[in-house]
Write a protein that binds this ligand. Structure first.
Ligand code: GDP
Ligand code: MG
Length: 348
């Protein structure tokens, strides 16, 4: 629709590749691929090799996420292409559907600060999200300058996820932020997720050279106020792309059974050694999980966190499945009613 600014970027610069061009039908050759930089209530902001666009979505705006590739006729987003690395969650509140957070994400930057915010359960939750999305997790430990033993947080991160890269980063110090450059280069997309006040926007500013509003934190409880109101896709100084998100108070998982198994593969391996296939790891004989706890090889708190996450995922997955079934039944009923009406009309 309104083309506001020209860019001198190619589609490849914006993240286009074979995964997307392979999805094009011959009839779509004249359509313009564009990448969504912001999802507004009834408009999409998008970027292409011809500039910035404001597009009318052809579906409900919630069907799109920042980072998605769409095909446009210049005015409408006609079709959304299947993404790679799609971050989702169960929508917040008493509703049962999956919400798209960000699409075509290569790296999920799990941002947590070296203070009261550091929380193993939260990190595991984000690791599950990354595993389910198929993107690479990266643990970013901010505010190392505010604690005495910052290295201790690196050790704690390694205990939770020995195979995941973790970095201590002072978001306010450009030299320190350079530790993130390997994930921010040309063609790469990194999304920053984490509680409000941990330093996501400060990192974004350091990596993009922008001056987006950050917030000052209340010293007493390490909790911040929300300053970033929209998820948006912005270009890093190294030619990559970064998605900043407002802190999410509620990140409920759904349909992430495989992601949970990947993050807790140590527990899955132990459970497979239990005598009983349906072992509850309570007091059953031959329980390998309990044995590992008794040996000191497994932290019982990790078992608890695994159980909680599994229960949450099962509960949410079930309520979403039930809602889908209800929607389908309702759709059938409407269709049937329309058909009956058409039949009556035809019979006159
Ligand atoms: N000392 C210190 N302060 C930081 C660091 N990162 C962020 N801050 C401060 O923490 C506050 C919240 O940062 P902000 O980027 O708005 O957090 P966001 O809510 O995650 O986007 C601001 O006052 C930042 O200046 C850091 O590594 N060290
Ligand atoms: Mg922010």
């Amino acid at each position: 629709m309104t083309q506001t600014t020209m860019t001198d970027l190619t589609l490849a610069d914006i993240g286009w590749g074979d995964h997307f061009s392979d999805q094009l039908d011959p009839g779509e050759a004249l359509l313009q691929p564009a990448r969504v930089t912001e999802v507004q209530r009834d408009r999409l902001r998008a970027m292409s090799d011809t500039g910035l666009h404001l597009l009318i979505p052809s579906e409900h705006a919630g069907s799109y996420a920042v980072g998605d590739w769409v095909l446009s006729d210049g005015t409408h987003a006609l079709r959304r292409l299947e993404p790679t690395g799609l971050l989702t969650r169960k929508a917040a509140g008493h509703v049962s559907y999956t919400q798209r957070i960000a699409a075509n994400v290569d790296t999920l930057g799990i941002v947590t600060s070296c203070n009261a915010d550091f929380n193993a359960a939260r990190i595991e939750r984000y690791l599950t999200l990354a595993a389910a999305a198929g993107c690479t997790p990266l643990i970013i430990l901010t505010k190392p300058d505010l604690v005495v033993e910052a290295e201790d947080f690196l050790r704690q991160a390694a205990e939770i996820a020995p195979d995941v890269q973790a970095r201590l980063v002072n978001s306010k110090d450009p030299d320190s932020v350079a530790a993130l450059h390997p994930w921010c280069g040309a063609g790469q997309t990194i999304a920053l997720l984490g509680s409000s006040g941990v330093g996501k926007t400060t990192l974004r500013n350091a990596l993009t050279g922008e001056r987006a509003a950050t917030q000052d934190i209340r010293e007493d409880d390490a909790k911040g106020r929300h300053t970033t109101t929209h998820r948006s896709l912005v270009r890093t100084g190294l030619g990559g792309w970064l998605i900043d998100t407002p802190g999410m108070r509620e990140l409920q998982l759904a349909d992430m059974q495989e992601g949970i198994e990947e993050v807790f593969d140590d527990l899955v391996a132990l459970a497979n050694q239990c005598k009983f296939r349906n072992c509850g790891h309570e007091a059953e004989p031959g329980c390998a999980v309990r044995a590992a706890i008794e040996d000191g090889a497994l932290d019982p708190a990790r078992l608890e966190r695994w159980r909680k996450l599994e229960a949450e995922d099962a509960r949410n997955s079930e309520s979403i499945a039930r809602q889908r079934a209800r929607n389908k039944a309702f759709g059938k009923m409407v269709k049937g009613a329309k058909k009956a009406k058409a039949g009556r009309r035809g019979g006159r």
